[in-house]
Design a protein around this ligand. Structure first.
Ligand SMILES: Nc1ncnc2c1ncn2[C@@H]1O[C@H](COP(=O)(O)OP(=O)(O)O)[C@@H](O)[C@H]1O
Ligand SMILES: [Mg+2]
Length: 226
């Protein structure tokens, strides 16, 4: 099945992809609309699911060798990283991710976790990735899922990740330094963690987030900023 999915900044035309390779491995392909943050002017993104034996995987595509190498390294380290959606399979440059249960933190209305429990989980995550010199680079409420029955947190989206002391992708460089000027790479996730908690303290509902003046939120919600 061929599907056009949007990758990259809002307004970009999207990329047509062929999932024959995945179908040849026994996956069936479906498309779904999901709330995101970037990737589309509405905040809704088309995602691709690969399903096999009843198990659902989110599909992402590494657009270059650098991204593929970085994600392969993350996969090799993932057993040491609590609260991350794991990479369960890789087919050439496609990655198949464990589907995070629940909803993104900024979509949650009922069954919200306490701020203390969010902070505890994200600190465990940040500390574990710091130990292996990895920077997530985009630790914000739209990249963290929470499932209220099991109280499980799951971090997704390594699109701006990098390894400390190694050259960053252009995307990561612009995003990380642009958003946190002067903050050392090793501190970026800790700073974002603090902003995530601060931002969740204020708004109550998604619609209200949109009405807030930008700086209450520490960073402006889409569409005003990066
Ligand atoms: N492992 C996953 N489990 C569940 N949903 C996911 C997963 N990965 C991505 N998504 C969904 O797809 C959206 C976009 O994916 P993401 O990797 O965050 O890319 P981007 O932020 O660049 O659009 C997420 O906001 C989420 O709704
Ligand atoms: Mg994201």
């Amino acid at each position: 099945m061929g599907v056009t999915i949007t990758q990259g900044p809002p307004g970009s035309s999207g990329e047509h992809m062929d999932f024959k390779l995945l179908e040849a491995r026994g996956y069936s392909i479906e498309q779904e609309s999901r709330l995101s943050y970037r990737g589309s002017p509405t905040g809704i993104k088309q995602v691709v699911l690969a399903i096999r034996g009843g198990k659902r995987h989110l599909v992402s595509h590494c657009k270059d060798q650098d991204s593929l190498r970085r994600h392969s390294r993350i996969q090799s380290l993932q057993a040491k990283i609590p609260h991350m959606a794991k990479i369960l399979d890789r087919v050439e440059s496609f990655l198949l991710w464990e589907e995070a249960p629940g909803k993104l933190l900024w979509e949650l209305e009922d069954g919200r976790p306490s701020l203390g429990s969010i902070e505890d989980a994200l600190r465990e995550f940040v500390s574990a990735i710091g130990t292996v010199k990895l920077v997530h680079g985009d630790l914000r409420p739209w990249n963290v899922f929470f499932e209220s029955k099991t109280k499980q947190f799951t971090v997704i989206d390594w699109g701006y990740s990098c390894f400390i002391g190694e050259q960053k992708s252009e995307d990561a460089r612009l995003h990380i330094s642009g958003r946190n000027p002067g903050v050392a790479d090793a501190e970026v996730d800790g700073v974002d963690l603090g902003k995530t908690i601060a931002s969740l303290r204020v708004p109550n509902r998604t619609e209200e987030i949109w009405k807030l003046p930008p700086n209450i939120f520490s960073w402006r919600p889409y569409p005003w900023t990066n």
